[in-house]
Design a binder for this molecule. Structure first.
Ligand code: ADP
Length: 411
């Protein structure tokens, strides 16, 4: 008996295939109790009705008849076992009042039944039944064995229910998360339009299109424009990350010259470096071939790396190098900043991730730039990583195929 329970216990814990588990339980129960047939009925509490589940020892004709029956909890042995919450012996079915299930079972040649309720934590789940052709009581041994099997069936049923619930919940979460990403993508797109109008008007005012502005307005207009541009940058970052999450981030492939990307980035960041008194150096190898990729997105990546390098470095230099090696481009951005602890070097490429230092907090940022950069580089079929020594500085490196895989544009 211990072995049989062990077998059943293993079946319960080794598979989430509920039918298989219950089939094993019914089969073992009939075999060990030396009875002739057995079955599990599921109980549906809302309707108060039973439905035939796994069986053993019943021929197809009887099975077909049982599955067609409308078995209510009222006036059947199944309902009685559930109400009493203890095993119900029916030593002679002939002595019992007629009900559709009893009649079908008697017609199939059975005379005695033992019914055990499957009681879940919250509601009755069904019943386990043994049937015998010979009338008479079932021994105390068989009754306690059946109780143990019923307990195992309840565990299997509860596991399956929990598993279904988790699967359903994760599906719901996934859909909710997709809706959220879609909403954030739409929203940031919508925010850009009025912001662009405000920036445009500030520029027109500053250029005197509506008449020469008083001298003291000029620095204010400059501040409006630079704050507006900063806000636009933040919105674009949120738009990019939500597009990535919604699977709508796409590359726009074309020919580009790596040298001119470096020039553009240098042009945009040079004055920032000068304000911090940092030396700014670029080393672009001569005669680099044209590449195929998304020039705007690659510029964005390099801008982000150089922006970070300038942001986090207080003294020394920022250097961009670009070259070609073994058929791919190699790019690097080095700084003489604080460096990145080894355990953070991979993590900073995760969304929202910032090295938790007062330095980072003081410098601001969203923690999204590197996650977007990595996505862009990987969509090109390349890779990006950082090498850093604390207190000495960091070097962000990229390897890019000269021609981005065509699949990227269809991604
Ligand atoms: P953000 O700069 O907006 O916080 P990023 O994803 O661009 O987001 O960078 C993530 C984090 O990586 C930064 O907050 C910082 O902690 C670290 N980091 C990035 N670049 C550098 C760098 N050049 N030197 C030191 N730390 C850096």
């Amino acid at each position: 008996m211990q072995r049989a329970l062990g077998d059943v216990g293993r079946a319960v814990s080794s598979t989430l295939d509920l039918k298989l588990v219950l089939k094993t339980i019914v089969g073992r129960a009939v075999f060990l109790s030396e009875t002739d047939a057995g079955s599990i009925f599921y109980y549906h509490e809302q309707t108060g009705r039973f439905e035939l589940g796994e069986t053993t020892g019943l021929d197809d004709e009887v099975l077909a008849r049982l599955s067609r029956l409308d078995i209510s909890a009222r006036e059947t042995g199944l309902g009685e076992a559930i109400t009493k919450r203890e095993p119900l012996q029916i030593p002679d079915l002939m002595q019992r009042a007629s009900d559709p299930l009893r009649d079908a079972v008697v017609a199939a040649g059975f005379r005695a039944s033992l019914i055990v309720a499957l009681l879940g934590a919250e509601a009755p789940l069904g019943t386990l039944i043994l049937r015998r052709r010979r009338p008479g009581e079932f021994s105390a041994n068989v009754v306690s064995l059946m109780q143990a099997f019923a307990d195992q069936s309840v565990i299997a049923l509860e596991n399956a229910r929990l598993f279904d619930e988790i699967a359903r919940k994760s599906h719901e979460l996934e859909i909710a998360s997709q809706h959220k990403s879609q909403f954030v993508a739409n929203m940031s797109h919508e925010l850009r339009t009025p912001l662009a109008a405000m920036l445009g008007y500030a520029e027109l005012l500053q250029e005197g299109i509506y008449g020469a502005p008083p001298e003291k307005f000029l620095p204010i207009l400059t501040r409006i424009r630079s704050n507006g541009k900063h806000l636009l940058g933040l919105i674009n970052t949120v738009l990019d990350i939500s597009k990535i999450e919604a699977g709508q981030f796409k590359l726009n492939l074309g020919e580009y010259a790596l040298g001119s990307i470096v020039d553009t980035v240098m042009g945009a960041t040079e004055s920032l470096a000068a304000t911090k008194k940092l030396a700014f150096k670029t080393e672009v190898a001569k005669g680099l071939p044209y590449g195929v990729g998304d020039e705007q997105r690659l510029t964005q990546v390099l801008l982000n790396l150089v922006g970070n390098a300038i942001k986090f470095t207080d003294a020394g230099e920022v250097r961009i190098t670009a070259g070609a090696e073994n058929g791919h481009f190699e790019l690097s951005v080095s700084d003489t900043g604080p460096g990145i602890p080894p355990e953070e070097c991979e993590r900073i490429f995760e969304k929202f991730r910032q090295v938790d230092s007062s330095n980072t907090r003081a410098k601001g940022g969203t923690g999204l730039g590197l996650a977007i950069a990595r996505e862009i580089v990987e969509m090109h079929g390349g890779r990006i990583w950082v090498e850093s020594t604390m207190g000495r500085g960091s070097t962000f490196r990229m390897e890019l195929p000269m021609r981005a895989a065509v699949a990227a544009s269809a991604a």
